[in-house]
Design a protein. Structure first.
Length: 224
């Protein structure tokens, strides 16, 4: 009974939070997304609310088990909000979908193939399955979570469980990264010379030539 109550409370809070930010039903949203791990061999082995740390906390997401290096993809069009690395999530990515106010969290990744601020397409390769962070002693898997804009987690399973799986990531566009363009190098201004300046330069040159010529002639006379 004691174990059931926390699960009921977590489920109620998740439903309450998600109801404010999701207009469509989970089954409708699932049709619009793609499953975050490619291939048919990926399977969900741990779900929302499972015990962690001997019951001290609950699992705020789902674990999708697959071979290390299996491709992980963007579940929707959007942009990469955060690229992170920490002791818990290891290599992780936060994706902000274009059509939803919540964000998707990918953790324990082996490799990351995107940059912070980069736009991505639904199904585009963003990383690969691993066991980084606190998953070092577990088989490779993707921890996948969904969070509200106020960083409150809710059960992601209903939103991706029936989402179509893809075997090959879609081709990425050469899309922009949200960074300021490098400043252009400024060339030194070109100063145009007036006709008067040109005449002065010509006079000076002619005078210099005359002085040198006279000096040479004097030496010649002295020798003669």
């Amino acid at each position: 009974m004691k174990k059931i109550i926390p699960l009921v409370v977590m489920s109620s809070l998740a439903l309450l939070n998600s109801s404010y930010i999701i207009k469509d039903s989970p089954s409708e949203i699932a049709k619009q997304l793609v499953f975050p791990v490619t291939g048919d061999q990926a399977n969900i082995g741990s779900v929302w609310g499972d015990e962690r740390d001997g019951g001290k906390r609950r699992h705020e997401g789902i674990d999708i088990f697959a071979a290390k290096g299996t491709y992980v993809v963007a579940i929707s069009d959007g942009y990469i909000e955060v690229i992170g690395n920490d002791d818990i999530g290891g290599n992780n990515i936060t994706l902000q979908p274009d059509d939803y106010s919540w964000n998707a969290y990918y953790a324990h990744l082996d490799k990351i193939y995107v940059n912070s601020g980069q736009r991505v397409k639904k199904g585009q390769l963003i990383g690969s399955v691993g066991n980084t962070g606190n998953a070092k002693t577990t088989p490779p898997h993707l921890h996948f979570g969904i969070y509200t804009s106020s960083n409150v987690a809710f059960d992601p399973l209903p939103y991706i469980k029936t989402s179509p799986k893809i075997t090959t990531p879609v081709q990425a566009d050469n899309t922009e990264i949200a960074r300021a363009p490098a400043p252009k190098k400024q060339q030194a201004p070109v100063v145009k010379k007036s006709s008067t300046d040109k005449q002065v330069e010509t006079t000076i040159k002619n005078a210099a030539v005359q002085v040198i010529t006279n000096a040479i002639l004097r030496k010649i006379r002295i020798r003669l």
